[in-house]
Each structure stands twice: as C-alpha cells, then as structure tokens.
Design a protein around this ligand. Structure first.
Ligand code: 4AD
Ligand code: MG
Length: 470
C-alpha cells in the first residue's frame, strides 16, 4: 500500500505546500546528510536538493527490525523513505517523518565518500565538481542560478523582447573581444596546405576558418533591426589566458539589442534590468541567500538592497580620469586619458569614491570595438560600462554606429576584412536605424548575487586555462 505513494518534494513538505497533511502517509527520496542516534532511535537528515533545508526522518530502531539496512545508511547514501508526516518536536522544522519502511538505492562508503560532515574548502570542492552539487553551498548557488535565469527570461518577455538564438559557431572575429577557440575537423597532423604553406581552411568542414563565438551581438543587431527588441542568452567563449577570479573561458552572456534606443535609453534599461533581477532574487530566494550570507558574506543582503534602492552614478570616462588623477590612491597602472581602465581603477570609483554602482560613458574610441557610435568630438564613442562593487565591470555596451560610411571607415582602420562582415554592413545600407545594446556577464552577476569570491564557484563546470575536467 505504502509503495503506491507518490514522492513528495522536501520543499513542499517543509513549506507547507504539499497535498500530504499531518498524520498521512508520505514518501520522500533523497541523499543522507547525516545520521545520528542510538540503538533505540535514529535520526536521518535527508536532502533532495529542492530546498536548502533537510527533512528529519525518525526511525524507531527496535520496531524497525531491519538493523542491517540501517547500518548501511550513511552520509551520502541515497534512500527512499515511507512513513507518516508528523508535527516536529524539535527546533527549526515544523514537520518530520516517522519512517515505517526504507529502501536503499545507493550506499556511500564512509571510508571513501569525500563529502563527510566536516566543512570543506571551496578549492577542494572544485576538484570534486561532480559531487559538489550535493553540498549546501552549491545547492544554494545552483538554485539561485536557475532563479536568475528564469527572472531574465521573465523580465524580457514581460517587456516585449524576443529571445533570439544566435550561432555558437561563427565565421568571423568581428567583435575583436579576445582570442577565439578554433572549430575544425581537419586532421591536426596532416592538414591540407596552401601554396604558401599555411593551413588551407577551404578544405575544412565549413569551407572556411570558424571559431566559437565571443558574443552574439552582431547577429543580435540583425534581429533588432527587424523585431525591434531582442535579447540573447547563451554561452560565449574567450581563449584569453586570464587566470583571475572574474574570468572564465566559457561564460554565459545576456545581450539585449534595441532598435530606436540611444545610449541613455540603453543605460536606463541596464539599470532597471539589474534592479529587477536583484529584487526578484531577494523576493524569491530568501533561504538560499540567508545561507550564503551566514556562511560567506555577512553584508550580502544589505549590499543587494543598497544597489536596489540607489540610483547608479553616470559619468563620462573623461570625468572618471579626472577623479582618478586627483585621488591620492596609489595605482599599479598609472592613470592618464586614453588608458583602458583596470579593475583597480574601476573599484576605486565604485567602492571608494562614489560607494555606488557607476556607469561610465564616452570612452576613447581607440580602446573600444569598431561598432560603437562615434561622438562629434571624433575621439570618443558612445560606450557605456556598468561597474559594480566587488566585481568591477558587469556590463559592457554602447549605442551602435548606424552610418554606413563611418562604420566602413572604422572597419578598414581596424584591419577587419570587409568580406567577413558584409552582411553586417548591409543592415546600414537597407533601412538603417539608431540602435543600442549591451552584454551582461551572467557569472559576474552571479558573483554579485551570491557574494562568492571566485567565478569558478558560480558555474557548475568551470572552464579556465588548463582546466576542462568534468
Ligand atoms: O564587454 P564585453 O566584451 O562586451 C561584449 O561582448 C559586447 N558584444 C556586449 C554587447 O554590447 N552586446 O563583454 C560583456 C560582459 C562584460 O561586461 C563581463 O560582465 C562579461 O561579459 N565578460 C566575462 N565574464 C566572464 N569571463 C570572461 N572572460 C568575460 N569577458 C566578459
Ligand atoms: Mg567590456
């Protein structure tokens, strides 16, 4: 009879959202976090990943009979429990389960299973990324990652944006955002060669050189110049050798692109979007946030609320250079007009000078991509970067150059082959329009939302230089 029961999620039972009421039969399945007790009674803390909290399973050892089975139930093992849902006598939970039958799906040898009760360092957990989702920390992070992804789609859908799928394999490095990973099916030992001895990619799978995309923007622009408002949300790849706590070789990016938006509309959207996402997480994920705040970052919730409640500062790059030059902070990289701002500069502005998120605009054209709209001074472009406390750059975006002549000039200046981007240029010949967009680094936002310090800990399976395990 018992075995006819449908499995209940531990989330629903603990939140009082279950069809099963006190006194009724219940079935839960999950992984054992701890088992304690004595020869008369055993307490099993069971977690199924639906919620940070465990449900307590109480076993009356004497009436249970199968003592051999109980011995095999250790930390990490997987079980199915049938029993009765009862009000809990203990602190911290409303309900618990009095077990009448337990089925053991999988044991976890206590001598070998690496996730015993003691705390583990994040470094160690990275080495066992196949098991770390079973810890409280990574359960919380991955549930937050889900909630944030969902909120991103909800925000854009509610605002009338269309989700555009841009390709992962691209035939051009038009973005110039960084080194790329080649995609090829040629035999690396004996590739076909041209007369000059170079690899002849005309014999490759696509008949040309191809790479993993660094950004969906250029294709996103094609979508915006037809559907008005689109966004992409997908993986992007950068083969830079940046071994920092804020860089991944494979990361997820959200790139909205909007026809008829100028740079101010673009900044308004970026600010509203970030605040919506933070508000969504504060409202929908309090348990996971509270856990991460307790374990890693006491000021986490306060910081999220602060960003939610305050206007972002908006200043130009030139004003930022003046502030940095006038400060008495000693920077490793000297400040002068024209430099690409380093994270020390960005963090000085955000954390020391303004103590607020900052949007910097109008960067020197020579340190930005070819597609950004040139200002009338001829020296700066309509770029905007959003800088966040503890993170630095979280968003990079711009108003785009919509003038065919000017865009072609920039493409030639920067040595980009016209034949690689002919399709992009054509949008400026046929019904061109003012338009803008930006890219939000999903894992950078995850760092901010979770308070974690290393980007390797906010993505399930990080790819970084010399690391593609799992
Ligand atoms: O500033 P980026 O390079 O801008 C673009 O790719 C534009 N095409 C975006 C657009 O206008 N549609 O990258 C955008 C954001 C950065 O602000 C940062 O948050 C994140 O992507 N990012 C990275 N995140 C993790 N690891 C890396 N290696 C990253 N590189 C950029
Ligand atoms: Mg950037």
């Amino acid at each position: 009879m018992m075995t006819q029961l449908k499995r209940s999620r531990i989330y629903d039972l603990l939140k009082g959202q279950s069809d099963v009421t006190i006194g009724e039969g219940v079935n839960v399945k999950g992984w054992v976090r701890t088992k304690r007790g004595n020869k008369n009674i055993a307490f099993i803390a069971l977690n199924d990943g639906s919620i940070i909290h465990n449900i307590q399973v109480v076993v009356d050892v004497s009436s249970f009979g199968n003592d051999g089975l109980l011995k095999k139930i250790t930390t990490g093992s997987c079980i199915s429990v049938y029993g009765t849902l009862v009000e809990s006598q203990g602190q911290g939970q409303h309900v618990e389960i009095h077990a009448s039958d337990i089925q053991l799906y999988g044991t976890a040898d206590p001598e070998k299973y690496p996730l015993q009760k003691k705390g583990h360092t994040l470094e160690f957990l990275r080495e066992i990324a196949h098991l770390r989702p079973r810890t409280n920390t990574f359960g919380a992070i991955f549930r937050l990652r889900h909630a944030l992804s969902f909120a991103i789609h909800k925000y854009f859908n509610d605002q009338g944006f269309y989700y555009l799928h841009t390709p992962i394999i691209t035939g051009s490095d038009a973005e110039g955002a960084g080194a790329m990973f080649r995609v090829s099916t040629l035999d690396p030992k004996t590739p076909p060669l041209t007369e000059n001895g170079a690899v002849d990619y005309s014999h490759d799978f696509f008949g040309k050189e191809t790479n993993l995309t660094v950004s969906g923007q250029l294709e996103g622009e094609l979508g915006a110049l037809a559907l008005s408002n689109i966004y992409t949300f997908g993986p992007t790849f950068r083969a830079e050798n940046s071994n920092t706590t804020r860089h991944l070789s494979e990361f997820w990016m959200i790139e909205p692109e909007m026809a008829f938006y100028d740079i101010n509309d673009n900044m308004d959207l970026a600010e509203d979007f970030l605040k919506y996402l933070i508000g969504y997480i504060l409202e929908h994920c309090p348990d996971d946030l509270a856990f991460l705040a307790k374990m890693y970052d006491k000021e986490l919730v306060e910081r999220l609320n602060f960003v939610l409640e305050n206007d972002f500062v908006r200043i130009t790059y030139t004003e930022a250079i003046e502030i940095l030059s006038a400060s008495d902070a000693s920077f490793e990289f000297p400040v002068k007009w024209g430099i690409d701002l380093q994270s020390e500069h960005e963090r000085y502005l955000v954390e020391k000078h303004f103590s607020k998120p900052v949007i910097l605009t109008d960067y020197p054209r020579d340190i930005k991509a070819f597609y950004m709209k040139l200002n009338s001074d001829g020296k700066t472009v309509r770029a905007m970067d959003v800088l966040f406390p503890k993170i630095g750059e979280i968003i990079g975006g711009s108003q785009r150059e919509e003038d065919h002549e000017k865009l072609l000039g920039r493409i030639k200046d920067m040595g980009i082959h016209e034949k690689d981007v002919w399709w992009y240029l054509e949008t400026r010949l046929y019904g061109t329009a003012p338009h803008s967009g930006f890219g939000l680094g999903f894992e950078r936002l995850m760092l901010f939302i979770t308070g974690m310090g290393n980007i390797r800990d906010v993505i399930p399976f990080p790819r970084t230089p010399l690391n593609a395990e799992f």
